[in-house]
Design a binder for this molecule. Structure first.
Ligand code: MEV
Length: 326
C-alpha cells in the first residue's frame, strides 16, 4: 500500500456563461496552467495534520472523531477537513493523515483554489486507500463538500480541476463535455480587488426574484451565446468569440455584477485591439479576460495596466487532476 500520494489539480477561468449556469444554463470553462498540489500521507495516531503554508496554516491538527465538527475550522483548511470527513464517511475508512498543500497561484485571483484543493484532497484519498473511482465519483464527492461549505455554486470549477482542458458544463455536473480546442490567445488581467462570490450570486438571485421574466430571458440569451461560443471555439473563430465575449459582458453588466474597474480594463482591452473582453467568474473584481490577435498582445496588456489592472501570465491547461508521484 502506498504511504504517500501527491496529486496536482489546475486552476480555472470561466470563459462564458457565469451566473446563468447556476440556473441550469450551460457555461464554458477552461483549466489554466497554475496548479495546486496536495501531498497526503498515512500518519501514525488518530489525527489529521494539515500544512497549507500558502494560506498561512502550518501544523493544524484535528482528531478524527472531531473531523468537520468544529465551529471555527480556519477557512484555509475547511475544504480539506470536510473532504476527508466526507470521504471517511462514504467509504467507511479511517486513518491518521498528514496533508500538505502548495499552490502556484494566489487564492486572491479567483482561479478556484478551494475547488482545486478539494479535488486534490479527494483524488489523493482515493489513491491512498486504493479505492477505484471514476471522474464522476470524484466530482460528486467534491461537489457535496464544496456545496456543504458554500451553500451555493454550480460546480463548474470542480469539473475543470478534474477534467482540465475546456469544458461545456451544466449546473451540478448534469452535463460535462470536453471541448476540442488547440490554442486560445487569452490575456488575463487582475483588478486588484478580491471578489466575494456569495453576495454576487445572491444579488443576481434577488434581481431575478423581482424580474423573473426579464432575468430568465437574459439567462436564455447567455445560453445562446454559450452555444455559439462552443462552435466558434471548436472552429478557432477568434473574431466570433471576441464578439460573443462582448455580448456576454453586456448581459453581465445588466445583471449588476460588473464594476468600474472591470469596465475600465475591459474597455481598454477592446480599444487597444482585442477581439473582445469580459469579466470572468462572479464579477465585482477578480479577473477580466481578453482575446487578442498575437500582434496586439503587448498593446492590450499595456492598456490593461494603464487602466489599473495587473496582467497575469497564464495559459490554457489541457491536463486535469493527476497523480504526480507514481
Ligand atoms: C463564479 O465563479 C461563477 C458563478 O457562476 C457561480 C458558479 O457557477 O458557481 C457566479
Amino acid at each position: 500500500m502506498k504511504k504517500t500520494v501527491e496529486v496536482s489539480a489546475p486552476g480555472k477561468l470561466m470563459l462564458f456563461g457565469e451566473h446563468a449556469v447556476v440556473y441550469d444554463r450551460p457555461c464554458i470553462v477552461i483549466a489554466v496552467n497554475q496548479r495546486l498540489t496536495v501531498r497526503t500521507s498515512f500518519y501514525p495516531g488518530n489525527k489529521i495534520i494539515i500544512d497549507a503554508p500558502n494560506v498561512g496554516i502550518v501544523g493544524y491538527e484535528t482528531e478524527i472523531s472531531r473531523l468537520g465538527k468544529g465551529n471555527n475550522i480556519p477557512k484555509g483548511v475547511r475544504f480539506i477537513e470536510i473532504a476527508v470527513a466526507n470521504f471517511f464517511d462514504l467509504y467507511k475508512v479511517s486513518s491518521g493523515l498528514k496533508i500538505e498543500t502548495r499552490s502556484d497561484f494566489s487564492s486572491e485571483f479567483g482561479f478556484g483554489s478551494s475547488s482545486a484543493v478539494t479535488v486534490g484532497t479527494v483524488t489523493s484519498l482515493f489513491r491512498l486507500f486504493q479505492i477505484d473511482c471514476s471522474k464522476k465519483d470524484i466530482f460528486d464527492l467534491c461537489f457535496e463538500t464544496v456545496f456543504s461549505i458554500q451553500g451555493l455554486g454550480s460546480g463548474f470549477d470542480i469539473a475543470s480541476a478534474i477534467w482540465g482542458g475546456a469544458l461545456y458544463f451544466v449546473n451540478r455536473g448534469k452535463k460535462i463535455e470536453p471541448l476540442k480546442i488547440k490554442k486560445l490567445p487569452l490575456l488575463v488581467g487582475y483588478t486588484g480587488v478580491k471578489a466575494d462570490t456569495a453576495p454576487l450570486v445572491n444579488k443576481v438571485a434577488s434581481l431575478r426574484e423581482r424580474n423573473p421574466k426579464i432575468v430568465d430571458s437574459m439567462f436564455d440569451t447567455i445560453k445562446d451565446i454559450v452555444e455559439d461560443a462552443r462552435v466558434c471555439l471548436e472552429k478557432q473563430d477568434l473574431k466570433g468569440l471576441g464578439e460573443l465575449m462582448n455580448l456576454n459582458q453586456g448581459l453581465l453588466d445588466s445583471l449588476g455584477v460588473g464594476s468600474d474597474k472591470l469596465s475600465c480594463m475591459i474597455n481598454a482591452a477592446r480599444e487597444s485591439g482585442a477581439y473582445g473582453a469580459k469579466l470572468s467568474g462572479a464579477g465585482g473584481g477578480d479577473c477580466m479576460i481578453a482575446l487578442a490577435p498575437s500582434g496586439k498582445k503587448q498593446n492590450v496588456e499595456s492598456a490593461m495596466k494603464v487602466a489599473g489592472g495587473f496582467p497575469v501570465n497564464i495559459k490554457f491547461e489541457p491536463e486535469g487532476v493527476k497523480i504526480v508521484n507514481l
